[in-house]
Write a protein that binds this ligand. Structure first.
Ligand code: COA
Length: 266
């Protein structure tokens, strides 16, 4: 299926990226070559790992079975023949109930299980278009929300999900890998309105401040490295809605010195 223009909006038809058109499509579960190509792309870019003793063809066959069962869908982004991005959405457990790609989902949830864009192709619209496909597939499958987990040390992905896709940070997982330490659970509820606001302006004017040890205000800035404070904030009813980046949002101003997540509560 070609999903290059899913919304019928002419503005989505041609997407310039380095002057080249990017085509987004869903891999046909019958097309083992395309599945192997996507899998090899992720392995070559260290985004997926082969199982011990596994081969690309073997893993592609396994993935094909999952696709045929409706457990997941895979989307690709191509510039001409060149694969530049991939994205997976998990929709169901395996027959028998085993988790698909080790993603623990409820019946009404989908899991955005990984979007990868080749390094020199980032910062365009490709990631957004792939994420829109994940979301569309989840809605079509009758899900009420889509979730994902992002490591503490992946601010680009957090900013992408919160600021551009309206995902909300709602949970903390303790990770055994010391370098990662925490990952965060994000969710986009399909019946929930976007909580976007001009957070930058509010920080600039001083109405939103860094966490100072006490939760008093409706909004607060918390360092995404600080999983313990984020746990406390969530317990108090706050949810993360935006990742602010000093260079991108404040230029030369000195309002903030590093990445912060804006937490807000009802
Ligand atoms: C996550 C990913 C798919 C997003 O694609 P992308 O093309 O980089 O996405 P975008 O450029 O639209 O959004 C990323 C945002 O993070 C910002 N960003 C990048 N690095 C950052 C950093 N170190 N700190 C803060 N923000 C950062 C970008 O500036 C951009 O925001 P802006 O456009 O408002 O300035 C891509 O970065 C990627 O493939 N990463 C590696 C794989 C991965 O981690 N996948 C997700 C985990 S499953």
């Amino acid at each position: 299926m070609n999903v290059d223009n899913p919304y019928g909006d002419p503005g989505h038809e041609i997407h310039e990226q380095g002057q080249k058109q990017v085509n987004i499509s869903e891999i046909d579960p019958e097309n083992l070559n395309d599945i192997a190509e996507y899998y090899k792309f992720e392995v070559d870019n260290s985004f997926s790992k082969l199982r011990e003793g596994g081969t690309i063809d073997g893993q592609a066959k396994f993935r094909q079975g999952q696709m045929e069962n409706g457990q997941l869908k895979v989307f690709t982004a191509k510039e001409g023949e060149e694969l530049i991005g991939t994205s997976v959405v998990v929709l169901e457990n395996a027959p028998g109930g085993t988790e698909t790609m080790e993603k623990d989902i409820q019946n009404n949830e989908a899991f955005a299980a990984g979007t990868f864009i080749a390094k020199d192709k980032r910062s365009g619209e490709t990631a957004l278009r792939l994420a829109q496909e994940q979301e569309r597939a989840a809605r079509e499958a009758g899900k009420s929300s889509i979730i994902t987990d992002i490591d503490r040390n992946n601010p680009a992905s957090m900013r992408f999900r919160m600021n551009k896709n309206d995902y909300v940070l709602e949970g903390v997982n303790d990770e055994t890998d010391e370098a990662i330490k925490y990952s965060y659970r994000f969710r986009k509820k399909f019946d929930q309105e976007s909580q976007s606001a001009d957070w930058t302006e509010q920080v600039r004017s001083g109405s939103i401040q860094k966490f100072n040890g006490e939760f008093g205000e409706k909004e607060v800035l918390i360092d995404p490295d600080d999983g313990e404070v984020i746990k406390q904030a969530l317990e108090k009813g706050y949810r993360g809605v935006s990742l602010l980046n000093p260079e991108r949002d404040f230029g030369d101003e000195e309002s903030i010195d590093k990445n912060y997540v804006v937490f807000t509560k009802e």
